[in-house]
Design a protein around this ligand. Sequence first.
Ligand code: PDD
Length: 280
Amino acid sequence: RTVYVNGDYLPEDQATVSVFDRGFLMADGVYEVVSVLGGKLIDFEGHMIRLKRSLSELSIANPLSDDDYLEAHRALVDRNAITDGLVYLQVTRGNPGDRDFAYPPAETAPTVVMFTQAKPGLADAPAARSGWSVVSVPDLRWGRRDIKTVQLLYPSMAKMEAKARGADDAWMVEEGRVTEGTSNNAYIVRGNTIITRELSHDILHGITRAAVLRFAREAQMQVEERSFTIEEAQSADEAFVTSASAFVMPVVRIDGVPVGQGGVGPVATRLREIYLEESL
Ligand code: PDD
């Protein structure tokens, strides 16, 4: 693979970042994941708007212009001949030359890294036909989940626990109510109504979430932005998650209990179709 580091395009085994990089020592950085379908970047502008917000919430100066980000995304897709897959982008507070809790001087250059992951047949994932099973775990993350930081240890632990329990993912629960999946937003369906947690510091403001809610409203579905419990989800008609890499993914079991009829439902199927059609 060719990867991007601070303006250079390099073979992946020649790309390096300092051991003092704040991203490495402090998880002091943010990231974005943009899907590629048929060579096209999906929801690119939305991801750039959120990137700039994440950087600004952490007082990291945005190192590149929108045009630079777009050019680098396109160059990586091109050079790595990505038809279906994703582009990962990470911006950290850079290399202060030593370890210190205080932020380095503002003129310290952020570190920008980008790479691609090829995922042939991404839009056609067999899991979308069978659906995911999820298990609930307590949400033990920090209180600013709206900032897309690279601090992903707890979601990784939750993913491992899900796998150990024979499931595909975990839904995190705080004060008795579902926040989100390890790397996706969570939804339930009751009749013609789609229910998903309201935006706050408690969850990531998903770019796919915004698009899917817009398509749902355009398709005359009702949208309720509120939290729900695991019990309400288990007794809902359908459940699903959304993210840039999973698009709309049906959830068919929660803590071992089948949701609705226990199969992939019509609303999740339809929203997935609409999302993919509108994106392509
Ligand atoms: N994750 N919630 C969390 C905690 C996430 O990490 C993500 C995305 C989402 C969905 O956001 P979006 O629709 O903008 O992708 C929700 C990415 C895909 C990842 O970490 O790989």
